[in-house]
Design a protein around this ligand. Structure first.
Ligand code: MLT
Length: 324
């Protein structure tokens, strides 16, 4: 008997929370968690979309960079966050590669999240420091092979696409060099610009301005075909690295249990942002492709993530690089 008032009070709070989530949402700023460093490729996409979504939602999208363990610290944080409609997550292929890379992953990418929408796809570029003694991919490969023990390859940790691309590159050319992990490719790029590391595979959303300014050497793009933003850059595959392909894709997620009406409104806000002329222009300048509208459903993101987990699992297991 004495529990009754407490139960009634709790029910009242829960009902109010659901009503607020479903009706007036959003009534306060929304956090969009980014799993890598500020200023890097994922952050650029998040902030560009966030600015556009702020316009249509009438509330600020606050980007929060939660760093560590190749994106898994942030994913675990969001998986355990309150499903109140005020925490969302943007992540890339790392959602699909983490289950194969981490033996003790504390979240299940397919079960512990709600799915909002896909967003953009981004090519990667194979780069070296400006004074690297190689002027094309053949020379680069020959130099790396001859100096394996001295080469430092930067990445953003196990689970980062820079790590995935670097791993595939080493395997394709038959070398094993020293990998230097950062908490995002923004600091990795700084190390490349400063000459503290030699090689970095990174997304055009960060690398295009550095390539165009001549601050780094470019050896090719990781897509099947050449990309519009760097028309003179050959693909790695056309230069002899057969079937080499890494395309980065971004999805938006929420903690499991986030109310459906909120997810629907967030999905609509993402779709509206992807049609915003400022977003289109910025993504175009940085080589990112906006995912066509039909692909931007929660179901499409779920199906895509599942297919990517199935695709990358065996590739990663063959690579033999794991963490606990
Ligand atoms: C970043 O945003 O820093 C990159 O996406 C990290 C990565 O290489 O995956």
């Amino acid at each position: 008997m004495q529990f009754k008032p407490t139960i009634i009070a709790l029910l009242g709070i829960a009902t109010a929370a659901v009503a607020q989530a479903q009706g007036a949402w959003p009534t306060k700023p929304i956090t969009l968690v980014v799993p890598f460093a500020a200023g890097g490729p994922t952050d650029v996409v998040a902030r560009t979309l966030g600015a556009a979504m702020t316009k249509s939602l009438g509330q600020t999208i606050v980007v929060e960079n939660k760093l560590g363990a190749g994106g898994t610290v942030a994913a675990n944080y969001v998986a355990k966050a309150a499903p109140d409609g005020y925490t969302f997550f943007i992540h890339h292929n790392g959602m699909a590669t983490a289950p194969a890379l981490y033996r003790k992953l504390a979240f299940d990418p397919l079960k512990d999240f709600e799915f909002v929408s896909q967003a953009v796809e981004v090519p990667m570029t194979m780069l070296a420091r400006k004074d690297f003694p190689a002027n094309n991919l053949q020379e680069m490969v020959a130099y790396i092979k001859a100096n394996q023990s001295k080469i430092n390859l930067a990445n953003a940790g196990l689970g980062a696409v820079s790590q995935l691309c670097g791993m595939m590159f080493q395997r394709a050319i038959g070398v094993q060099v020293t990998e230097v992990p950062f908490q995002g490719t923004a600091p990795a790029m700084n190390a490349l610009l400063g000459g503290q590391v030699d090689v970095l595979c990174d997304q055009t959303t960060q690398t295009v301005p550095q390539i165009k300014a001549g601050n780094v050497k470019l050896y090719g793009v990781t897509t099947k075909s050449r990309v519009k933003v760097l028309p003179n850059a050959p693909t790695l595959a056309e230069q002899g690295l057969k079937d080499f392909e890494v395309v980065v894709w971004h999805g938006i997620y929420a903690p499991k249990g986030t109310p459906k009406p909120v997810l629907d409104k967030m999905n609509a806000a993402v779709r509206t942002a992807l049609k915003d002329p400022d977003v289109i222009k910025r993504m175009d300048e940085l080589g990112a492709e906006i995912v066509p509208d039909a692909g931007n459903t929660p179901e499409a993101l779920h199906a895509w993530l599942k297919a990517e987990i199935d695709k990358w699992g065996p590739v990663i297991k063959a690579g033999g690089k794991f963490a606990d």
